[in-house]
Design a binder for this molecule. Sequence first.
Ligand SMILES: Cc1cc2nc3c(=O)[nH]c(=O)nc-3n(C[C@H](O)[C@H](O)[C@H](O)COP(=O)(O)O)c2cc1C
Length: 364
Amino acid sequence: MVTPRLLESLPLRERIARNRLWLPPMCTYSAAEDGVVTPWHVVHYGARAAGGFGTVVVEATAVSPRGRLSPRDLGLWEDAQVAGHSRLVEAIHASGSLAGVQLGHGGRKAGTPPWRPDAVGARQGTLAGWDLVAPSALAYPGHATPRELDLTEVRALVETFAQAAGRAVAAGYDLVELHGAHGYLLHEFLSPLSNHRTDAYGGTTAGRRRLVLEVVEAVREAVGDAVLGIRLSATDWTAGGLTGEQTAELAPLLVGAGADVLHVSTGGNVPAKVPVAPGYQVPFAARVRDAVAATATPVVTVGVMRSATQAEQILVTGQADAVAVGRPALLDPSLPLRWARDLGTEGWQAQGVPVPYWRGVWAS
Ligand SMILES: Cc1cc2nc3c(=O)[nH]c(=O)nc-3n(C[C@H](O)[C@H](O)[C@H](O)COP(=O)(O)O)c2cc1C
C-alpha cells in the first residue's frame, strides 16, 4: 500500500515529524494567573499528540506580561515558567509528536481576548491592568489606542524574544514558532497599515521588516539546533496593506536570517472582508513555497481544511509541505487517526499510536 503524503515523515532541521499534520497554535486562555502551565494543558496537548499529530504547537505564549492577550495566557517571560512547559513537552513527546511552542507579543491587540472585544481595554487599555504598546499609536478599530514604543524599547524586544526562546529550548521544545501573524506585534511592525514609524523600524519596506528579521536572527542564536519557525499573515486583505507578493519577497529573507519553516496564515491586522472557504489560504502558502524553493524550506498551510483528501491533494500538488488543522481538532483530538483511515491506510500503526486506539479507529 502506498503511504499517503500526509503520513510521510517531515524532516525539520535535525528533527523528524512522524507525519505532515500539524496542530496549529490555539489559545486556550487557561493558564494560572502567573502564566504557568496547568495540568489542563498537559491533558489538552497530550491528547492531541496521542491522537496522531506529527507536530503539536502550543498556543501563543507571551514573551512579556504586557504581550499577553489575556490574564490567563501562557508565558515564558521568566524562568519560573519553564518547569511547567517541560511537563507539557514530556506529555507531547510521550506520544511521539514533535513539541512546538508559539512565542508572541500581542502589541495593540494585547489584553483583548477575542470573545470580549468590548471589555478591555477596548475602551480603557487596561482590562488586565496593563498598557498597550505598538509600533505606532494607532488603535485596532474598537480597541484602546496603544502607546508608540520608543527606539530603546523596540531594540529591547529582540532580546525579550531571544530570552523567551532560550527558555522554550530549556523546557525541551523541538520547535519555536514566532507569532508574526494575525495583527499582533511583529505583524504590526511589518504592515504599513499599523506601522507609521519614521525611524529605522519603519518608513520603508526594509524598515518595517527590520524588527522581524532582527528577532529571527537573535532567536536563531538562542535556540541552537532546535527548529525555528515563523507564522505570517501573508496578506492584510486590505488595500494599502501587506500582499501575498510582498510576503513571498520577505520569505527568503526570513530563511536567510535563520528560519527553518514558514507557516502561512492571513489577516487579523485590520478588520477586513476575508473570502473564507475551504483551503482559501493555500495559494498564499504555495506562493511562499515557490519563493523559498531554492532552500527547500518547508511551508505549512492552514485554514478550513475539511477532509483528508483535501489535505492530501494540497501536499501531492506541491502547494505545501504540511497541513495544520485547528478548530476541528478542538473537538476531535484523534483527527489524524480518522483522516489516515479515510485515506485507506493503516500507516498510523507504525507511528507510535497506542495499540488499543487502533480498535477505536476500526470501530468509529
Ligand atoms: C480558539 C482559537 C485560538 C487561536 N489561537 C491562536 C494562537 O494562539 N496563535 C495563532 O497563530 N493562531 C491562533 N488561532 C488560529 C488558528 O491557529 C488557525 O490558524 C485558525 O483556526 C484557522 O485554521 P482552522 O480552520 O483549521 O481552524 C486560534 C484559533 C482558534 C479557533
